[in-house]
Design a protein around this ligand. Sequence first.
Ligand code: DCP
Ligand code: MG
Length: 653
Amino acid sequence: MGSSEEDRPWQSYNTVYTNAKAGMDGVDKEKVQRIVYEMSKGSKYFENEKRKEAFIMQKIESLRAQVDKLTDKDFSHFQMIANKKILELEASRDLSKVWLHTDMDAFYAAVETLENPSLRGKPMAVGSLSMISTANYEARKFGVRAAMPGFIACKLCPDLIFVPTNFEKYTFYSALARKVFRRYDPDFISTSLDEAYLNITEVCINREISSDEVAGELRNAIFEETGLTCSTGVAPNLMLAKVCSDINKPNGQFILPNDRKAIMTFISSLPIRKIGGIGKVTEHVLRDVLGIKTCEDILQNGAFLCALFSSCSSDFFLSVGLGLGRTDTPDIKTRKSISSERTFHATNDENFLFQKLADIAETLSNDMKEKCLSGRTLTLKLKTASFEVRTRAISLQKWIHSKEDILSCASRILKAELPLSLRLIGLRMSQFSDDKNSHVDPMQKSIVAFLSGGDANSTPTPPKKQVCLEVGDKLEDHDGLDFSEGQSKQDVELDFRVADDHTDDKNDDRFSLLCDSHCSVSSSIAENFKMNDSYLDESKPNKSVQPDELTCSVERLIEEVGLIWVDDYICSVCGIELPPSFIEERREHSDYHLAEMLQKEESSRGRGHLAQERFVRKVGHNSEGKRKKQKCPPNEVKHIPIEAFFTKCKKNS
Ligand code: DCP
Ligand code: MG
C-alpha cells in the first residue's frame, strides 16, 4: 500500500506465471511478480500482455459506465430477471450423482523422481531453460511453476534442477493409472494424461461404502500400480469435483457431500478463479467492475450481471454462484473433437518443429485409439513467436486415426506455413466417423464435394487463413491483413474467439465478457476491411488460384458464414443460441452454414466432382460477384429456450 503504480509497475503485472498453483500458497507473490516483470520486460510476451491489459481496462471502463447509467427502475427489472433465472437453475439441481476427480501430483516431476530417487526433496523442474512443463512441490515454494520460462525459474530458485521431458514415460504411467480408473468407472472421462473424472455413484451404492472410502481406495490403488501419488475430490458434479481435488493437494482428498447447504457453504467463500471457465480476464473484469471475488458475490450481484452481460454469460455466472455443474457422462458420440498441443520456446528450426508435430500426432492418435475415434477434419493450430494464433484445417476423404496418417496430413499443412518461428503447435481432429452424418460415405458427394469445388484433378486450394485474435489484438498487426485501400481481398477467416494468455491456463476463460467488443470490432472492420494478396506470393502454395476467386469480403463472412454472434451468443444467420464457451459447437455451426452456402453454390453451378483431398475452406470462392445474404427458412430457425439451454449446459459445461 502507499506505493504508486510507477514505483512498482509489476504489482499490476499479472501473468500466468504469477498465478498460484497447488503448493504455492506461501509464495511471496510480489517477489515473483517483480522478477517475472523485470525479466520479461521488453519481450514479445510482455508487449502482448500489455496490449491485453490495455484492452481489458477499456472493457472495464465501458462496463463501469454502463453500471453508472442504470436507473433504479432498470435495476429492479434486472433483479427480477436474475431471481427468475436463479429459481430455474435451482430447479435443475441434481444431487443424485457422486463424481470423483483425480489429478496426479506434480505428474511429470513425480515420474522423473520415481525413476531417479536422488531428486527427492530437491527443487526440480521438468523442462529446460526455455520452458518448464511442471515443477515439484519443493520448487513451487519459490514460485516456480508450469509454463514458466526456465531462466525466470532459475532466478526465483537458483538451486533448481532441470530434467528434460520424456513424453513416452508419462504416457506409460498415465496408462497404468487409467487401468485403475477403469475398475471404478469404465466410462471415466480423461481430460489429460494425469486427470480424470469418474462417476462413482454405482460403486458407492453397490459396495455400500462412502465416497470418502472409494477415494482413499482409489488413491492407494493408483499408488500401488504406479508408485505415484494423486489427489482426489468428490462432489455431486464435475465442476465441484475438480475444485475439490485441488484442495488437499498433494496426496490428499476432499469430499463435498451431496447436500445443498454444504455446497452453498463451500461455494460461498470460494474465489471465482477456482472455477473451470473463469480465467484471468473474467476474474479481473468481475472484480474491477462489480467487486466480485467469491462465488457468493456472484449471487449478490445477479441483477448487475444480467444487466451487463448476455443471457448465456449471466446464466453461467449464476450457475457458478449456485455451485451447479454437469452431472452426466457425455456420450462419446456427441464428442465434437479431440486435440493435443505442445508449447515450447519459440523457434524456426524446422527439424525441431516437425519432431514436435510427430510427438503431437502420436499423442492424438493414441487418444483417438483409446476412445475408438476416427476423424476426417484435421486442424493445425500454431502460435507464432509474436503470440499470434493461427489455425489451418484440412478435410479428408477418409476417416483417419493412425499416427502416420495424421502426421502426413499435418506435415503438409505445416510445410505450407513455414518458414515461421513458432512457440506452440497443436492438432485437433473433428468430424468423427460416429458423428450424426457418418452414415454418409465420405466418398459420396457431400461436404467434401462442394468444398472441393469440382474437378478431382484440380489444384488444391490453399488452406483458409484463420486469424485468432487475442485480447487487445489489432487486425493491422496480423500478417496478411491490411487496411490500406486498393489491395485485393483474400480468403481469410476471422475467428473472433479470444485466446487466453497461455495454453497452460487450464481454466479456459470464457471471454464472454469480451465478445461484445469483438462484435463491434468486426462490424467496424466490415466497413473498410481490405486484405492483401499474400496468397499470391510466390512462397505460398496457392499461386495457381485466380485472384477473382479470392474475392471475399468481411461482410460476406459475417453475413454468410455466421461469424458474428449477436449479443455474443445468437448466430446472426439462423438465430441459434450458442454461448461463447461452446467453441467446438460454434465452429461446427459455422461450418454448417458454410457447407449450406457452398452446396447451394455448387448445385447452381452444376459442379459435382470430388477432388482427391482439399483444404477446408470456410469462405467459398466466388467468381460471380456478391452473393445474396443467406437466411434459414423460419422453420429451421432454432431458438433454444432457456430450459433447453440448461439441459445443454449440463451436457457440455
Ligand atoms: N503440463 C505441461 N505444460 C503445462 C502444464 C502441464 O506440459 N503448461 C504437463 C506437466 C504436468 C502435467 O501436464 O506434470 C499435468 O499437469 P497438472 O496441471 O496436473 O500439473 P502437475 O500434475 O504437474 O501438478 P499438480 O500437482 O498441481 O497437479
Ligand atoms: Mg496434476
